[in-house]
Design a protein around this ligand. Structure first.
Ligand SMILES: Nc1ncnc2c1ncn2[C@@H]1O[C@H](COP(=O)(O)OP(=O)(O)O)[C@@H](O)[C@H]1O
Ligand SMILES: [Mg+2]
Length: 255
């Protein structure tokens, strides 16, 4: 049963004649880790943009805490409690790592009630959680790729979100770094933040998600528990092509 926490309702997003999203509906339960997967160009980032209020959907609604996201100005969506990372990371290059995070702490959901001093203290706490305390005084522009991803997560967390949208934060990381990133996401989820995770790495998605939604060409083609969803012929077909599925069936029939 849905608890009405976050609802994506018949969302369509057209870019000219292109249907980047086509009648997509699903519920995200409070405390969940929702894995959002699908081939390149299937609409994952577009959906993140709609849920975070960056794009107004052509049709449909996103409802969070009884409010329609499309009715809320983009800058105010994070005050409602939804924050996101960007697939292409965008730190303030000439601010220190700590300052980058403190800015978020000043302007996020609880920012109004937070002094500059408290914002820097909160930033320090978050840098410790994401493993960046050691480089807190460096310029963001000096960070390695994995550290930039950690910074992107810390900046989003500084907004005190109830829901955090993560768009391919593990892209470009090696196996050890992916394991560390997964551990970090588990920690964040345990602290009470609901996560929507877009990721190409199936192993990572399966190990962290409580539920998975699969997009293909802008449509939702499957949804449910990770193991079930990945065993679905429709999902395998979307990823590996119809020929693969046919061959697999012939092999099974012949065995
Ligand atoms: N701002 C835009 N203008 C026009 N087309 C876009 C825009 N953003 C995304 N698209 C198109 O929408 C489709 C879905 O893209 P995207 O959501 O980025 O997919 P994914 O993140 O799953 O790879 C693609 O065909 C892409 O080219
Ligand atoms: Mg994308």
């Amino acid at each position: 049963m849905s608890d009405g926490f976050l609802s994506i309702e018949n969302v369509a997003m057209y870019f000219g004649g292109l249907r980047a999203l086509d009648d997509v509906s699903f519920e995200v339960e409070r405390g969940a880790v929702l894995g959002l997967i699908g081939p390149n160009g299937s609409g994952k980032t577009t959906l993140m943009n709609v849920v975070s209020g960056v794009l107004k959907p052509t049709y449909g609604n996103v409802r969070f805490g009884g409010k329609r996201i499309a009715d809320v100005p983009t800058y105010a969506v994070c005050r409602l409690g939804i924050a996101r990372t960007f697939q292409v990371v965008k730190p303030f290059a000439n601010l220190s790592v700590r300052e980058n995070v403190a800015v978020g702490a000043m302007y996020g959901r609880n920012g109004g009630s937070r002094s500059a001093r408290a914002s820097f203290d909160h930033a320090q706490e978050l840098l410790e959680i994401v493993g960046l305390a050691r480089v807190a005084d460096r310029f963001a522009s000096e960070l390695t790729v994995p550290d930039r991803k950690r910074l992107e997560v810390a900046k989003a967390l500084a907004l005190d979100p109830e829901v955090l949208l993560l768009d391919e934060v593990m892209a470009g990381l090696n196996a050890t770094e992916v394991d560390e990133a997964l551990e970090l996401l588990r920690t964040i989820n345990r602290r009470g933040t609901t996560l929507i995770v877009v990721e190409h790495l199936m192993k990572a998605i399966v190990s962290i998600s409580t539920a998975i939604v699969v997009l293909a060409e802008g449509k939702k083609i499957a949804e449910g528990a990770p193991a079930e969803v990945l065993a679905s012929p429709r999902v395998i077909e979307a990823y590996l092509g119809a020929r693969y599925v046919k061959r697999q069936r012939q092999r099974e029939a012949g065995a």
